[in-house]
Design a protein around this ligand. Sequence first.
Ligand code: C5P
Ligand code: MG
Length: 192
Amino acid sequence: MFNIVLFGPPGAGKGTQAAKMAAEYNLTHLSTGDILREEMKRNSPLGQQVKALIDGGELVPDATVIKLIGEKLKSAHNTDGFIFDGFPRTVEQAKALDEMLAGQNLEIASMITLEVEENELVARLMLRGESSGRADDSNIEVIKNRIKVYNQQTAPVAEYYRQQQKHAAVSNMGTIDQTFALIAAEIQRINS
Ligand code: C5P
Ligand code: MG
């Protein structure tokens, strides 16, 4: 099993690259954001509970997302591992993920951070908002808040994996294919 965390600020391109990685390496793509948006679309109790937080660019409580991911980890998957996209978003979530994986004799092989300059993130998110219809992509104040929340609460997660010697970073200022090539080289290095 090969489990990897794809990390980076909002708008860094995690979803796009994770989908390509899932196809190339036969991994199960777990996007917490996609799961939560699906719950919102279905207007489920969980969806109702998290809507205001997500629309405002705030984080859903650790216990809620940890439980959600825990359920996904327990269900059967016929792939060679997981790619985590948008999770863990706090050090608390990273610790919980390590524990949940250890319970199944699994571990994170590496975290790869996608690096994009901040002004480029804002531009990409505003552009994405025009087609995605995501409330949190369409409002400049919410976008700025998401980047602030990332810098304050999420960025420390990179240090958590760095301490375990499981952290790498690649630029995503280039094209989708260029970035994917950088990720592929990193995965080859991890697996060699
Ligand atoms: O990962 P993505 O940007 O799609 O997540 C969208 C939103 O979902 C985040 O801005 C946040 O409000 C919420 N989220 C969260 N905790 C996570 C993942 C997503 O609060 N671990
Ligand atoms: Mg995403």
